[in-house]
Design a protein around this ligand. Structure first.
Ligand code: GYE
Length: 316
């Protein structure tokens, strides 16, 4: 609100194109996306772009290629351009206070979408829209506990983590560890980042297979890494879904296809379709209306049978 009031040059105040005073209530949103690392991300970008167009919101879109420095630059540039609202999906959790303070000083509201920041000062952003990643990790663990409830021997697990320092990697690891930690037969024998990409998932799984002859389960923090790992497992002459049970997160189409085909055993859904809710929140925030501090995405889980049933109607 009243962005113009703090502008140093009076001549700028009428030309910022934003919702600050005047009769012009069109909204410009600066959106800093993580990158294009996965099927989830592609679907998320599409959802944001389509929803902005539908809501009549002008979108300035910037792709950070999984680099925090690029996101900081993009946010600074949005502040300079005096957009009405900034939305971003922080690639990692820490290190945002300075740039978020700059946006706050410029009186530009910030919305976190998809991923959280760990800033102590929660006034730096208006709301956080996205999934509960700890819950997702727990759901993955609960399936495993149930699947192996009668097993007496050790269950050797390898884990492909998401981008180091990212909220989904931290939280999916934590939720999973908490649930399986209740039974000492579950052992995570290797855990490494695969950066949420297919290529890295394959590469790291190849290394896991070389150094661990006896892997029972793979837990991958997203479908893409799981799909890369499937190639590695097949390349090593093993049968994914049977010799090695696989749990992933996201439920994008390619993942769901592999689940229906029996190559993945269980997928925890994480919805990328955040665009419509994001645009609603943006409109409210720009108007200065109250919004909930946290909006959690609703999600489910899929077994192989369930995947077969919903595959044809899957939107992403
Ligand atoms: O699970 C993964 C993507 O932040 C929820 O990022 C998102 C994650 C998603 O690369 O596929």
């Amino acid at each position: 609100m009243a962005v113009a009031a703090c502008g140093s040059s009076g001549s700028e105040s009428g030309s910022d194109g934003g919702g600050s005073g005047g009769g012009d209530d069109s909204i410009t949103m600066g959106f800093s996306q993580v990158g294009a690392e996965s099927g989830w991300r592609t679907a998320n970008t599409k959802s944001v772009q389509e929803s902005a167009a539908k809501a009549g919101i002008t979108l300035k879109f910037s792709d950070a290629q999984q680099k925090q420095e690029n996101q900081i630059k993009a946010i600074r540039s949005f502040v300079q351009q005096r957009v009405d609202v900034i939305a971003f999906s922080p690639v990692v959790e820490s290190g945002w206070d300075t740039v978020l303070k700059e946006a706050q000083n410029a009186k530009i509201p910030v919305i976190l979408t998809d991923r959280a920041v760990d800033s102590k000062d929660t006034t730096l952003y208006k709301t956080f829209l996205g999934s509960d990643f700890i819950e997702e990790g727990k759901k993955a663990g609960q399936w495993l506990v149930e699947e192996y409830k009668d097993a007496t021997g050790t269950v050797n697990i390898v884990e492909l983590q998401g981008t180091t320092g990212s909220a989904p990697a931290n939280d999916r690891k934590e939720g999973f560890a908490e649930v399986i930690g209740a039974d000492p037969k579950f052992k995570v024998i290797a855990s490494q980042t695969g950066d949420f990409t297919r290529a890295k998932g394959k590469e790291v799984m190849e290394a896991f297979l070389k150094s661990n002859p006896d892997i029972d389960v793979l837990y991958a923090h997203n479908d893409d890494m799981g799909l890369g790992a499937i190639e590695a497992i097949e390349g090593a002459g093993k049968v994914p879904g049977q010799d090695i049970k696989i749990i992933t997160v996201d439920a994008v189409k390619d993942g769901m296809q592999a689940l229906a085909d029996g190559k993945i055993n269980f997928i925890v859904e994480c919805s990328p379709l955040l665009g419509p809710q994001l645009m609603d929140l943006a409109k409210k925030v720009v108007k200065g209306e109250q919004v909930p501090a946290r909006v959690v995405t609703e999600e489910t889980t899929f077994t192989q049978e369930q995947a077969e049933q919903v595959l044809s109607t899957r939107q992403y």
